[in-house]
Design a protein. Structure first.
Length: 368
């Protein structure tokens, strides 16, 4: 008979996350120093901000690690309403700022926060609660499947129109993955994908910048100084790094050649400075994270813990490997950060919060 174990936490998961965060601090400094000297006259500007977010994220992790994850089940609906309100408020110029043509950040004093990051966590929480509540109705379209689809739409549409196509696709993929793993009928999944493909195609074709991203993905050399510039510079970074890398701090692509070197394309700088060895280590670390996350889901003491751990693991793991795919030219540009490593306060806070929940689930896990 299975027994409930009460341990401190999953030490392998803790160590993996700690290594990724430390790598992130080092690489954010390495990839951003030249930019911050030019723009802020302080080479440590982004480093100090990243350390601050890492400290706050660690505090949040420690809090959620000790908070019984069943409390999240209890407050799932209020959290969902709060998150949806934030997604609406961010559309008003009085409360938000526009960066790169997108209005994604709420501003409060000198701080900004991205509600779509919280929306990813909140949607996973809702789906996990819904799967427990409707466990015996999941194969019924009206009562088991449709409510999840409606809530997905309430988050998907506002995020898409910010616009934040990458996050919208992440929550879509994670939601359907959770439903499929829980036993969703394949017919529902197939019909849903057929229904949304025209909508996604329309969203790409009606936005010029999205169309350009697809063109740059298919043939970046068609316009090497325009739409293909970022991808090509990323290729150069990996090529220059070779097997061993040029050495920490020795990247030349980060010197105003590679756009978003400290955020979306930080993996390219890792590839240049640490080479194939460094990039392989990153892939292994994220693979270990996913492995431990699914182990946590498997050992969870109840279905809610299983669904929640599965969703959070998929959320972080899928975003990580999409980012790696974009930086290496295997996927079109999405505008998604690399979890734990890229510069970004909202992403760091929500990712660390998610890890804290995973650790709490593992703490209460069954001994198999």
């Amino acid at each position: 008979m299975n027994k409930i174990r009460n341990t401190n936490c999953d030490s392998i998961l803790c160590i993996t996350v700690a290594i990724l965060v430390l790598i992130g601090i080092v690489m954010v400094f390495s990839s951003s120093a030249a930019y911050t000297v030019r723009d802020h006259n302080d080479s440590y500007y982004f480093l100090k901000k990243q350390i601050l977010w890492c400290v706050l994220g660690t505090v949040l992790l420690l809090f959620t690690k000790t908070l019984d994850y069943h409390k999240l089940h209890q407050y799932a609906y209020p959290i969902m309403v709060f998150t949806f309100l934030l997604l609406i408020i961010v559309t008003f110029p009085e409360f938000s700022k526009k960066v790169g043509g997108a209005r994604r950040w709420l501003t409060l004093g000198g701080f900004s926060f991205q509600p779509s990051e919280l929306a990813k966590f909140t949607l996973v929480l809702f789906i996990a609660k819904s799967l427990v509540k409707r466990a015996d109705k999941l194969r019924n379209f009206a009562y088991g499947y449709l409510p999840n689809l409606i809530v997905l739409g309430f988050f998907f549409i506002p995020i898409l129109f910010q616009p934040d196509f990458g996050t919208a696709m992440i929550i879509f993929a994670v939601t359907f993955s959770m439903l499929f793993i829980a036993g969703l009928r394949k017919k529902f999944l197939f019909l849903s994908i057929l229904a949304i493909v025209p909508f996604i195609a329309s969203a790409i074709l009606t936005a010029e910048y999205r169309t350009k991203r697809i063109i740059a993905f298919v043939d970046p050399w068609k316009d090497p100084s325009g739409i293909g510039f970022q991808v090509i510079q990323s290729f150069y970074a990996f090529g220059r790094g070779g097997f061993w890398g040029t050495g920490l701090g020795q990247s030349s692509q980060k010197l105003f050649r590679l756009p978003e070197a400290h955020t979306d394309f930080i993996f390219s700088v890792i590839g240049e400075e640490l080479g194939f060895i460094g990039t392989t280590a990153i892939v292994i670390l994220f693979s270990i994270f996913i492995w431990r996350g699914f182990i946590t889901a498997y050992r969870a003491k109840d279905p809610f813990g299983t669904h929640l751990a599965t969703g959070l693991t998929l959320l972080i793991g899928l975003q990580a490997f999409i980012n790696l795919g974009v930086a290496s030219g295997l996927l079109p540009t999405k505008g998604l950060t690399l979890p734990f490593i890229s510069m970004g306060g909202s992403s760091m806070l929500i990712t660390m919060l998610s890890v804290g929940v995973l650790l709490n689930i593992s703490k209460q896990a069954k001994k198999c």
